[in-house]
Write a protein that binds this ligand. Structure first.
Ligand code: NAG
Ligand code: NAG
Length: 211
């Protein structure tokens, strides 16, 4: 097929290309994930304090979750240079290999669903809502119109072993990382071995949907 034949189709769709949030930011991510595995329903909800500096290749997530009613408090540090992910819980550290590359931008083939705003009048915040499919999930991702700062994410779909719905809200975001030491790998993690058998709950949800 010639490029000319494709041109009208490409013009008709507005792509998410170039929607990349600032490299360094921190803020609160409130999330709720419902899933059904076989016949068993599961509910995870809670908050994550998210800190990232993409230039440095580091993301730190301090989270307090209720996983099927069970309280979980842990800190996760993702080191994309060394491809390691550390889980610090109850003073113990475990490590896993980190496969994906550091999240930077929305997928290039995300389509713009709507240019709209939250609030009203002088208290309005201009946003863009994008839609894309990844890993079996259909995602609607709302970002601020000018700087692609994440605002809200709603994803649903069927994974190989579960049906899932996920909602995240991003609030209190500020640019930069006030205390860069939050991204440091603590001493208790320096000598830990890869814990292949230890698969932290929620691991796949911790990944950002920026790519
Ligand atoms: C975009 O590309 C991904 C793979 O890169 C694909 O799985 C997905 O179906 C594509 N389309 C949309 C609308 O996300
Ligand atoms: C992110 O890390 C880079 C590289 O170390 C550093 O130059 C930059 O100041 C950091 N940015 C913020 C906002 O902390």
């Amino acid at each position: 097929m010639s490029h000319i034949a494709l041109a009208p189709l490409l013009v008709a769709m507005v792509m998410g290309e170039g929607c990349c949030p600032p490299d360094a930011w921190e803020g609160v991510v409130g999330l709720m994930i419902g899933s059904v595995k076989g016949k068993n329903p599961h509910l995870t909800k809670g908050v994550q304090m998210w800190h990232q500096n993409v230039t440095l290749g580091m993301i730190a997530i301090e989270e307090e979750l209720l996983v099927d009613g069970l309280k979980m408090k842990l800190k996760v540090i993702q080191d994309y240079n060394k491809k390691n992910e550390y889980f610090i819980k109850d003073g113990k550290c475990t490590k896993m290999t980190l496969v994906p590359s550091i999240p930077r931008c929305l997928p290039e083939n995300a389509t713009l669903v709507e240019n709209t705003y939250f609030g009203a009048g002088s208290e309005n915040v201009a946003v863009k809502i994008y839609r894309f499919n990844t890993r079996g999930l259909e995602t609607y991702f709302t970002v601020t119109a000018n700087d692609c700062i994440p605002v809200m994410e709603i994803a649903s779909g069927t994974l190989p072993n579960a049906q899932v719905m996920k909602v995240s809200e991003y609030t209190g975001i500020s640019l930069g990382v006030k205390d860069p030491s939050v991204l440091n790998i603590p001493a208790i993690c320096q000598s830990v071995e890869d814990s292949a058998g230890y698969v932290p709950i929620m691991s796949r949800w911790r990944r950002s949907d920026f790519h």
